[in-house]
Design a protein around this ligand. Structure first.
Ligand code: G
Ligand code: G
Ligand code: MN
Ligand code: NA
Length: 250
């Protein structure tokens, strides 16, 4: 297909780049980290269009490695410039579980670039547990044993059962945008508060995604949410546009 041809060309010709969206810690107002999001340099397709195709045809495995390399090299570049980079989140598709060499690939990249694993947060979605739950849990445990952190992305949209939060090897949950909107608009905020409290009782951090309005920021701060990400603070930005002043308060 046309999409596949565009992706094939991008894979072969260094045709991808990453943009970075800041995450702001609510207790301090400071940037706590970034989520890395892929873009085609030629902008012919959006990731919403090409990621599902790449997952379907397996190209996500090559793309996942490209993303990982771009991010680790970017962190090295920032470190060389003296920026004290906190954490950078990488989206990891469930299909990448078939990339059996991924963990070794990631660990090698980190070593070669002298980047600490503690700077990397891997974002998974709940559907990763639908197949081979045990091997997925083992994979995540291994990553965590090296100091890499794990987040559940789009939390609240999948086949969630809250009980699994008690045994999954994860560090952070990212509340899906639909959840923030729903809860804040429907005056149903006590459910959001309870989710945050439950997560905290399990030593998990909570990031709310898709935050666009100040009233959401205020309410989430009151509800002890740890960090927020969304257009209210910043859209995903090109490296050249990023503010890397970690002392700045929002
Ligand atoms: O950045 P944007 O909102 O347009 O992303 C659209 C979708 O593509 C989101 O679901 C996002 O998680 C996904 N996406 C963006 N970048 C990556 C990436 O590097 N890897 C994977 N697997 N998915 C990504
Ligand atoms: O599926 P995932 O959570 O990885 O998707 C993240 C995407 O959500 C980002 O690529 C970004 O384009 C989009 N996004 C980030 N903040 C906002 C926001 O405040 N509103 C909306 N509508 N989309 C957002
Ligand atoms: Mn994400
Ligand atoms: Na999300």
């Amino acid at each position: 297909s046309k999409t596949e041809a565009i992706l094939r060309e991008a894979i072969d010709t260094d045709g991808f780049k990453m943009v970075y969206q800041p995450q702001v810690e609510l207790s301090t107002g400071r940037v706590a980290g970034f989520e890395a999001l892929i873009r085609l340099k030629n902008n012919k397709l959006s990731p919403g269009e090409f990621i599902p195709v790449a997952e379907e045809n397996g190209m996500i495995i090559a793309i996942g490695r490209i993303v990982t390399k771009l991010v680790v090299e970017q962190i090295r570049n920032w470190q060389e410039k003296g920026y004290d980079i906190k954490s950078v989140a990488i989206n990891y598709s469930a299909v990448q579980m078939y990339d059996y060499g991924y963990k070794a690939y990631l660990m090698n990249l980190l070593r070669e670039n002298a980047v600490s694993p503690s700077h990397i947060l891997i974002e998974i979605t709940e559907n990763i547990f639908l197949e081979n739950k045990e091997s997925t849990i083992n994979f995540l445990k291994e990553l965590r044993s090296h100091g890499i952190k794990i987040a559940i992305d789009d939390f609240g949209t999948g086949y969630s059962s809250l009980s699994y939060l008690t045994f999954l090897p994860i560090d952070t949950i990212k509340l899906d945008r639909s959840l923030s909107m729903e809860f804040l608009d429907l005056d149903n905020i006590s459910v959001m508060d309870s989710l945050i409290a439950l997560a905290h009782s399990l030593n998990l951090l909570v990031i709310a995604e898709g935050i666009e309005e100040q009233k959401q920021v205020k309410r989430l701060k009151y509800g002890q949410c740890d960090a927020i990400q969304g257009y209210y603070f910043s859209k995903p930005l090109e490296v050249e546009e990023l503010e890397l002043d970690f002392d700045k308060k929002y």
